[in-house]
Structure formats: structure tokens, C-alpha cells
Design a protein. Structure first.
Length: 243
């Protein structure tokens, strides 16, 4: 490609991106059918699904509050702190979930922290399988479940550095099997433009999460779980998808 064509292509791309930034964000509706997210027509009524931050996490009959402030998550009861996330965790989002399907609610944290390779790398012939799963600053994105175990709040599952970082997540039973799936807005490390974001759906396999579907991809800002008058969960996606 010669220089003039390269400049023209760059100009067109930047113009399209600028238009996306100033134009009203497009809304699209998706439903889960046959193992994938497909477009759905807009009904006359949509209701957002709101999640509470108050729940009995330790099964003692008393309610705990889970709060996120200044990138720190705190679990408290009656104003007393029972657990706080470490200061080196930059928590972006926390939700009350039961993603591991054990019948006990937990706090699921989406966070960034310093990248750390697998400890087993010291003993492997070919280490470094996750060595590129971080940004230019050396920070990696993680999903961590905090719950009540052995008479204390602690990590009950902590994922390694994610291959692709998450911007946000939600939980919902998309396939109506009685168990929630993990729904995430996925990005790329150091992708400041956000042109390759994707909606992904994952299920708990007993040890971690397995990808079910990589849905709409493109310049996607956000999504939300919504419902019609029927008890069916849908995804309302804000942005422009081209794949």
C-alpha cells in the first residue's frame, strides 16, 4: 500500500470513529438461542434487571452489604467491616452472584493488578504460557470470587491473568437451565479505541469458566441484562457491531 492510500485509509477510519463518538449510540437487542446470541426484535416493554448489593453471604441469617468505593471492595455488616480487598487490587466492578453454582452467594470482583506468572513456570520446560496477558504497564485483568469459607471471607476462586481483559460483566440465566452464565464485555490489552470489543458468554465447568459463545463484536460501549413481560433474559447492547 503506497503512502497516499495509507493516509486515505487512516483518514476514513478516523472519520468513521469520530462519527461513532458523536452520534447517538446504537441499541441492539440479543436473545440466546441454540448456543449463540442472535438479534431479537424490540418489544413494546423492556425492564432492566437490577442486582442488590445486600445479601446473606455467610448463611447466618444476617445481611451483609458489599460496596465498591475508590477501587476498594468492602464487605460489612451494620457498619462494621468484615473484609476488604487488598490495596494493590484496582477493582472495577463487584456483583453478588452464584457463578460456581454451589447455592451460596459470593461477591464476584473484576479487577486489575500487577501481572504475576504461574508459580509452576519455575518447573516447566516451556514456561510462559500467560506471559503476554497484561498491558504496557504490566497490569493484568482478573475475575475473583470472594465467599465465606472456613469461618472467614476469602478467595474461593481466583482466575489467572485473562487472555483478553473485561470491561464489565453481568450474570443471568440465558438458557433457562436454572443456572446463571457469566456475560462479559471483552476488550484487548492496550486497545484504547475499543474497536475490537466483544460480548462473550461463559459457563462454570466445575474448576473455572469455559467459553460458550463470542457474540457481537465491534465498537461496543456497554450492555445490560433486560427482560420483557416474559421471564426470558435478553441483552441490550449499546454500540456498533460489525462481526
Amino acid at each position: 500500500m503506497d503512502h497516499s492510500k495509507y493516509l486515505l485509509r487512516s483518514l476514513l477510519l478516523n472519520s468513521a470513529l469520530a462519527l461513532c463518538l458523536v452520534a447517538p449510540a446504537r441499541l441492539q437487542l440479543f436473545i440466546w438461542e441454540q448456543g449463540a446470541l442472535i438479534h431479537a426484535p424490540f418489544p413494546t416493554h423492556l425492564q432492566p434487571i437490577n442486582q442488590s448489593n445486600t445479601v446473606d453471604l455467610d448463611n447466618d441469617g444476617q445481611l451483609e452489604q458489599v460496596t465498591l468505593k475508590d477501587s476498594i471492595v468492602t464487605i460489612q455488616r451494620d457498619g462494621s467491616s468484615l473484609w476488604s480487598s487488598p490495596p494493590n487490587w484496582e477493582v472495577k466492578q463487584v456483583e453478588i452472584t452464584d457463578l460456581n453454582h454451589d447455592g451460596q452467594p459470593e461477591a464476584t470482583l473484576l479487577l486489575w493488578r500487577d501481572f504475576t506468572p504461574w508459580p509452576i513456570d519455575d518447573y516447566l520446560v516451556h514456561p510462559g504460557r500467560i506471559q503476554n496477558f497484561h498491558d504496557r504497564r504490566g497490569d493484568s485483568c482478573h475475575l475473583i470470587l470472594i465467599g465465606w469459607r472456613q469461618q472467614a471471607f476469602r478467595e474461593i476462586w481466583a482466575g489467572s491473568a485473562l487472555i483478553d481483559p473485561l470491561i464489565s460483566f453481568a450474570t443471568a440465566d440465558l438458557d433457562n437451565d436454572g443456572r446463571d452464565e457469566l456475560i462479559a464485555l471483552e476488550s484487548r490489552y492496550d486497545d484504547n479505541l475499543g474497536l475490537n470489543n466483544a460480548i462473550t458468554v461463559w459457563y462454570w465447568n466445575g474448576f473455572g469458566f469455559t467459553l460458550l459463545s463470542r457474540g457481537p463484536q465491534g465498537y461496543i460501549h456497554a450492555f445490560r441484562v433486560v427482560r420483557t413481560t416474559e421471564p426470558i433474559n435478553l441483552l441490550l447492547v449499546q454500540g456498533i457491531s460489525w462481526r
